[in-house]
Design a protein around this ligand. Structure first.
Ligand SMILES: O=c1ccn([C@@H]2O[C@H](COP(=O)(O)O)[C@@H](O)[C@H]2O)c(=O)[nH]1
Length: 270
């Protein structure tokens, strides 16, 4: 999906919400476990109930890989379902990949061609040749880990050289790479204080913001400092939406949570 279409969806739905599909069989309603593919059935119900209030879905690949071949099949069915029934949704493979060039190009083929995701999260620390293979795919987007939401972000991302933090160098340098207009960046909602700095370095890029809700990030602060003239934000919530209830009403409750977040976001969208 191109960025223009994403912006149109944000305006149409008055939403910047990304729903995270981080499915854990220990947390989903028990009655689904009797079905042949509980992960897919759970996702399908969540997607149907939330699609009116969000513009993106973000399955975190770890939650599927943890179940081996079965999990991978559920992931494939999930992305096929979204692409078939809700093609207006932007899809994010939260896979955090990146390797030497020829390996990265295999990762890109797997997620962009075989699974047909619109975007993938990529770790930047192996540098330019590890990221550029993802950027060769026209119409697809690479979401670099910029400043992550977890406490461990302090260990390396705030190391300073030449008066700038490492995460600032990642943002600045990556903007010089070929096809950098296809880059987006992960910036944790828990690091909203740095959004002003981020916006100075990447004023036009979309930011994927995880960490509202369960991790304690503030939606208000993210919007206050992160918005740009094209909105420029995809704000993700995973557990806060998909586990709003562990009973038979799980999908309805997820829909209500998504609506709550959408209503907050609508205040910032013209
Ligand atoms: O910096 C990061 C990068 C990725 N994530 C991922 O986003 C979701 C957040 O889930 P919640 O349940 O809404 O906390 C999850 O898949 C993380 O792996 C992140 O949290 N922070």
């Amino acid at each position: 999906m191109n960025i223009q279409k994403l912006i149109q969806q944000i305006e149409k739905k008055k939403s910047m919400l990304s729903v995270g599909l981080d499915v854990d069989l220990d947390k989903i309603p028990k009655h689904l476990l009797d079905l042949e593919d509980p992960i897919f059935e759970f996702n399908k119900a969540i997607i149907d109930a939330t699609q009116a209030y969000c513009v993106a879905y973000k399955p975190n690949i770890a939650f599927y890989e943890a179940y081996g071949l079965k999990g991978w099949k559920s992931l494939k069915r999930t992305i096929e379902y979204i692409n078939a029934y809700y093609p207006e949704q932007f899809t994010i493979a939260d896979a955090k990949r990146g390797d030497i060039g020829n390996t990265s190009s295999r990762y890109a083929k797997a997620f962009f061609e075989d699974l047909n995701f619109d975007s993938i999260t990529v770790a930047p620390y192996m540098g330019k040749d590890s990221v550029e293979p993802f950027l060769e795919f026209e119409g697809k987007h690479t979401i670099l880990l910029g400043l992550t939401s977890n406490p461990g972000a302090e260990d390396f991302q705030f190391l300073k050289s030449d008066a700038e933090f490492l995460f600032e160098s990642v943002l600045k340098t990556s903007q010089t790479w070929k096809n950098s207009q296809q880059l987006m960046y992960v910036i944790g909602a828990t690091k909203a204080d740095y959004l002003k700095t981020v916006r100075k370095l990447v004023p036009n890029s979309f930011l994927l913001i995880p960490g509202v809700g369960a991790q304690g990030g503030s939606l208000e602060e993210v919007c206050k400092f992160g918005l740009n003239e094209n909105y420029g934000l995809l704000i993700n919530s995973s557990r806060g939406i998909i586990y709003a209830s562990s009973k038979e009403d799980f999908a309805d409750k997820a829909g209500l949570k998504a609506l709550e977040l959408q209503a907050e976001m609508a205040k910032y969208i013209n």
